[in-house]
Design a protein. Structure first.
Length: 179
Protein backbone atom coordinates (compact mmCIF):
# COMPACT_ATOMS: atom_id res chain seq x y z
CA UNK A 1 0.00 0.00 0.00
CA UNK A 2 2.82 2.41 0.89
CA UNK A 3 4.46 1.94 -2.52
CA UNK A 4 1.21 2.95 -4.23
CA UNK A 5 1.12 6.12 -2.13
CA UNK A 6 4.65 7.28 -2.83
CA UNK A 7 4.42 6.34 -6.52
CA UNK A 8 1.34 8.56 -6.85
CA UNK A 9 3.24 11.54 -5.44
CA UNK A 10 6.33 10.73 -7.52
CA UNK A 11 4.27 10.66 -10.73
CA UNK A 12 2.66 13.99 -9.83
CA UNK A 13 6.07 15.50 -9.02
CA UNK A 14 7.52 14.20 -12.29
CA UNK A 15 4.59 15.48 -14.33
CA UNK A 16 4.63 18.94 -12.76
CA UNK A 17 8.42 19.22 -12.84
CA UNK A 18 8.59 18.12 -16.47
CA UNK A 19 5.76 20.41 -17.53
CA UNK A 20 7.37 23.41 -15.79
CA UNK A 21 10.84 22.32 -17.00
CA UNK A 22 12.15 22.35 -13.42
CA UNK A 23 12.16 18.62 -12.62
CA UNK A 24 15.88 18.40 -11.82
CA UNK A 25 15.76 21.61 -9.75
CA UNK A 26 12.73 20.37 -7.80
CA UNK A 27 14.40 17.04 -7.04
CA UNK A 28 17.52 18.80 -5.82
CA UNK A 29 15.59 21.25 -3.63
CA UNK A 30 13.41 18.53 -2.13
CA UNK A 31 16.42 16.29 -1.43
CA UNK A 32 18.11 19.11 0.52
CA UNK A 33 14.89 19.91 2.40
CA UNK A 34 14.34 16.23 3.23
CA UNK A 35 17.87 15.92 4.59
CA UNK A 36 17.40 19.03 6.74
CA UNK A 37 14.03 17.85 8.04
CA UNK A 38 15.51 14.46 8.94
CA UNK A 39 18.38 16.12 10.82
CA UNK A 40 16.15 18.48 12.79
CA UNK A 41 13.72 16.61 15.06
CA UNK A 42 12.01 19.83 16.20
CA UNK A 43 11.08 20.73 12.61
CA UNK A 44 9.86 17.19 11.98
CA UNK A 45 7.63 17.28 15.09
CA UNK A 46 6.28 20.71 14.10
CA UNK A 47 5.45 19.53 10.59
CA UNK A 48 3.66 16.46 11.97
CA UNK A 49 1.63 18.43 14.53
CA UNK A 50 -1.98 18.53 13.31
CA UNK A 51 -2.65 21.50 15.61
CA UNK A 52 -0.29 23.65 13.52
CA UNK A 53 -2.04 25.33 10.62
CA UNK A 54 -0.83 25.01 7.06
CA UNK A 55 -0.06 28.75 6.93
CA UNK A 56 2.32 28.33 9.89
CA UNK A 57 3.89 25.27 8.29
CA UNK A 58 4.36 27.21 5.04
CA UNK A 59 6.00 30.04 6.98
CA UNK A 60 8.35 27.59 8.70
CA UNK A 61 9.35 25.98 5.40
CA UNK A 62 9.89 29.33 3.71
CA UNK A 63 11.94 30.75 6.59
CA UNK A 64 13.92 27.58 7.29
CA UNK A 65 14.82 26.90 3.67
CA UNK A 66 14.63 30.31 2.01
CA UNK A 67 15.86 30.98 -0.64
CA UNK A 68 16.82 27.34 -1.27
CA UNK A 69 13.22 26.22 -1.86
CA UNK A 70 11.10 27.41 -4.74
CA UNK A 71 7.37 27.95 -4.31
CA UNK A 72 6.79 24.68 -6.20
CA UNK A 73 8.95 22.73 -3.73
CA UNK A 74 7.24 24.36 -0.73
CA UNK A 75 3.82 23.55 -2.19
CA UNK A 76 4.81 19.92 -2.79
CA UNK A 77 6.06 19.56 0.79
CA UNK A 78 2.84 21.14 2.11
CA UNK A 79 0.78 18.60 0.16
CA UNK A 80 2.76 15.75 1.73
CA UNK A 81 2.37 17.34 5.17
CA UNK A 82 -1.38 17.93 4.74
CA UNK A 83 -1.87 14.33 3.60
CA UNK A 84 0.29 13.11 6.51
CA UNK A 85 2.78 11.55 4.10
CA UNK A 86 5.88 13.67 4.74
CA UNK A 87 7.64 10.56 6.07
CA UNK A 88 7.48 9.12 2.53
CA UNK A 89 9.51 12.01 1.06
CA UNK A 90 12.67 9.93 0.55
CA UNK A 91 10.73 7.11 -1.14
CA UNK A 92 8.86 9.64 -3.30
CA UNK A 93 12.16 11.16 -4.41
CA UNK A 94 13.68 7.74 -5.15
CA UNK A 95 10.71 6.89 -7.35
CA UNK A 96 10.78 10.33 -8.99
CA UNK A 97 14.48 9.85 -9.85
CA UNK A 98 13.62 6.44 -11.33
CA UNK A 99 10.90 8.07 -13.43
CA UNK A 100 13.37 10.74 -14.57
CA UNK A 101 15.85 8.08 -15.67
CA UNK A 102 13.02 6.31 -17.48
CA UNK A 103 12.15 9.54 -19.31
CA UNK A 104 15.78 9.81 -20.33
CA UNK A 105 15.84 6.14 -21.41
CA UNK A 106 18.36 5.45 -18.66
CA UNK A 107 18.57 2.83 -15.95
CA UNK A 108 20.37 2.83 -12.62
CA UNK A 109 22.72 -0.09 -11.97
CA UNK A 110 24.13 -0.86 -8.56
CA UNK A 111 27.43 -2.69 -8.93
CA UNK A 112 28.81 -4.42 -5.87
CA UNK A 113 32.48 -5.39 -6.01
CA UNK A 114 35.12 -6.43 -3.50
CA UNK A 115 37.23 -3.41 -4.49
CA UNK A 116 36.16 -0.14 -6.15
CA UNK A 117 35.85 -0.41 -9.94
CA UNK A 118 38.63 1.20 -11.95
CA UNK A 119 37.59 3.85 -14.48
CA UNK A 120 38.36 1.46 -17.34
CA UNK A 121 36.31 -1.41 -15.87
CA UNK A 122 33.48 1.01 -15.06
CA UNK A 123 33.41 2.14 -18.72
CA UNK A 124 33.46 -1.43 -19.95
CA UNK A 125 30.66 -2.43 -17.57
CA UNK A 126 28.54 0.54 -18.68
CA UNK A 127 29.09 -0.40 -22.32
CA UNK A 128 28.13 -4.07 -21.81
CA UNK A 129 25.05 -3.24 -19.71
CA UNK A 130 23.97 -0.54 -22.18
CA UNK A 131 24.21 -3.04 -25.04
CA UNK A 132 22.22 -5.64 -23.09
CA UNK A 133 19.46 -3.24 -21.99
CA UNK A 134 19.36 -0.85 -24.92
CA UNK A 135 19.41 1.99 -22.40
CA UNK A 136 21.89 4.45 -21.05
CA UNK A 137 23.27 2.98 -17.79
CA UNK A 138 24.17 4.99 -14.72
CA UNK A 139 26.45 3.05 -12.39
CA UNK A 140 26.69 3.36 -8.64
CA UNK A 141 29.55 1.26 -7.28
CA UNK A 142 29.46 -0.20 -3.76
CA UNK A 143 32.14 -2.35 -2.17
CA UNK A 144 31.66 -5.47 -0.10
CA UNK A 145 34.78 -7.49 0.69
CA UNK A 146 32.60 -10.52 1.50
CA UNK A 147 31.88 -11.19 -2.18
CA UNK A 148 35.59 -12.08 -2.54
CA UNK A 149 35.78 -11.20 -6.26
CA UNK A 150 33.67 -10.62 -9.34
CA UNK A 151 30.57 -8.46 -9.10
CA UNK A 152 26.88 -8.35 -8.32
CA UNK A 153 24.74 -6.19 -10.60
CA UNK A 154 21.30 -4.87 -9.63
CA UNK A 155 19.20 -3.07 -12.24
CA UNK A 156 15.57 -2.65 -11.30
CA UNK A 157 14.22 -6.15 -10.72
CA UNK A 158 17.22 -7.81 -12.38
CA UNK A 159 19.96 -9.32 -10.20
CA UNK A 160 23.10 -10.80 -11.74
CA UNK A 161 25.39 -12.48 -9.22
CA UNK A 162 28.76 -12.98 -10.89
CA UNK A 163 30.62 -12.87 -7.59
CA UNK A 164 33.01 -15.53 -6.38
CA UNK A 165 30.96 -15.85 -3.19
CA UNK A 166 27.85 -16.51 -5.31
CA UNK A 167 29.63 -19.10 -7.44
CA UNK A 168 30.92 -20.92 -4.34
CA UNK A 169 27.42 -20.90 -2.84
CA UNK A 170 25.86 -22.31 -6.04
CA UNK A 171 28.57 -24.98 -6.26
CA UNK A 172 28.00 -25.93 -2.60
CA UNK A 173 24.24 -26.25 -3.29
CA UNK A 174 24.87 -28.51 -6.30
CA UNK A 175 27.21 -30.74 -4.28
CA UNK A 176 24.67 -30.92 -1.45
CA UNK A 177 21.92 -31.92 -3.89
CA UNK A 178 24.07 -34.69 -5.37
CA UNK A 179 24.78 -36.31 -1.99
Amino acid sequence: MKSVIFKKYARALAAAGTELKIFEKLLSELERAGAEIALNPAVKIYLHDSRVGSADQRTLLEKAFSPALSASAVNFLLILIKDKNIDFLESVLDEARRLKREQENAIQAEIITAEPLSAKLKQRTVKVLSQKTGKSVIIENFTDKDIIGGMIVRMGDLLIDASLRGKIKRLRNKITQLT
